[in-house]
Ligand binder design. Structure first.
Ligand code: FAD
Length: 202
């Protein structure tokens, strides 16, 4: 049983994972079991070249970011479980949280974060009630999003990145993932605002 399972290993999903992983020493995040399903074939990052993203060297390939971001996750936060090469096919509500079905396995989780981008049609069954046309993409592109407030779709179900309705820019999608993580940390911290800052000399 996971406490949080993130679906999608792109900009938003990995950002969610990095922030949740970095909270490992916070008492409210102690012993939380966190996982990320890092299927990456359908990522917008696969064909992008990035010149305009804060903190990223000009000319960086998205395909390199996909690999390096997971290496960073492994190196810094090895307690976070990475499940690769599995594609999620369905999400269903249960008494304990959610059952996540992939093309290979089933996982149980209390909280799920869906970060699979705004491509249509939706490839995961069980989210139909929350799908609306994307509010910040050209209608001709036929993008979709899930209805949400501050990343929360319904109890225990969060969305992040372009599927949350943010514009398709790398730093905005990554910020959306970080926001989803901060919302979850705040929930674990009994509603008290939570943040994780590392600093020189501490
Ligand atoms: C060609 C191109 C060039 C771009 N150039 C720029 C640029 O110059 N500057 C800029 O700021 N932005 C640029 N972008 C936009 C930027 O890449 C996206 O906004 C950003 O990647 C969106 O992040 P995301 O997390 O929402 O989606 P993604 O990064 O696409 O991540 C979604 C993840 O979910 C996974 N996934 C999908 N379905 C499933 C499933 N069923 N099960 C499990 N996993 C699944 C995907 O494989 C992927 O890993 C570009 C995009 C493209 C396509």
């Amino acid at each position: 049983m996971f406490d949080v399972l993130i679906i999608g290993g792109g900009a938003a999903g990995v950002s969610t994972a990095l922030l949740l992983g970095s909270a490992v020493k916070k008492p409210y995040a102690e012993n939380k079991k966190i996982g990320i399903i890092t299927h990456q074939r359908a990522s917008y990052l696969q064909t992008g070249i990035y010149n305009n993203v804060y903190g990223i060297k000009a000319g960086t390939l998205g395909s390199d970011l996909l690999r390096e971001s997971l290496e960073q996750l492994t190196e810094l936060y090895p307690h976070l479980e990475q499940i690769d090469k599995e594609k999620v096919t369905a999400i269903s509500k249960t008494d304990f949280g959610y059952l996540i079905t992939t093309n290979k396995n089933e996982y149980q989780t209390k909280i799920v974060v869906v970060a699979i981008n705004s491509n249509s049609p939706m490839t995961i069954e069980g989210l139909e009630d929350y799908i609306i046309p994307h509010e910040k993409a050209a209608p001709s592109k036929n993008r979709i999003q899930l209805k949400n407030t501050e990343n929360l779709v319904t109890e225990g179900l969060y969305v992040a990145g372009t599927l949350a309705g943010c514009r398709s820019q790398l730093s905005i999608a990554a910020g959306s993932g970080a926001n989803a993580a901060a919302e979850i940390l705040t929930l674990w911290n009994n509603g008290e605002f939570a943040q994780v800052h590392d600093a020189i000399g501490k």
